[in-house]
Design a binder for this molecule. Structure first.
Ligand code: AMP
Ligand code: ZN
Length: 124
């Protein structure tokens, strides 16, 4: 199968942390300093395809990634997100969790965080 994320796992390329079921690496096109992705080792499309064990493995890596990023970059907060399906903006069809460090002043008004995604289609 031609999947860029499966290839990273196979080649153990750019691995930041891994455990039996999950793998973490820096995003190749970071939206902020330290932007990291956590993926299941099994090729599934979205969060909703994960087993409980894979979710737990990804959470374990999320905690390690946070500890690492806190030490290296001292962010002031985080956005954690999963795009599930093309309509939601997913471009790589191997499930991945975005861990995006946030810094005071990185945008003028951060209020709303991930909720800002749907501002353009807000019904209210
Ligand atoms: P999404 O739009 O949620 O599917 O996110 C895909 C993410 O994968 C984006 O943040 C991209 O910057 C990132 N990405 C795409 N190709 C690569 C790559 N070869 N290595 C690392 N990250 C990548
Ligand atoms: Zn894959």
């Amino acid at each position: 199968m031609d999947c860029i994320f499966c290839k990273k796992i196979e080649e153990k390329k750019e691995c930041l942390f891994e455990n039996e079921l999950a793998f973490a690496f820096f995003d190749g096109f970071p939206v902020n300093k330290g932007h990291t992705l956590i993926i299941p080792k099994r090729h599934v499309k979205t969060f909703f395809d994960l087993t409980k064990e894979e979710v737990a493995a990804m959470k374990e890596l999320a905690d390690k990634v946070k500890e690492y990023l806190d030490k290296e970059y001292h962010p002031d907060g985080y956005n954690v997100g999963l795009n599930c399906g093309e309509a939601a903006g997913q471009t790589v069809m191997h499930c991945h969790m975005h861990i995006i460090p946030r810094y005071v002043g990185d945008i003028e008004n951060p209020r709303g965080g991930v909720r800002n995604i749907i501002k353009g289609i807000s019904l209210y």
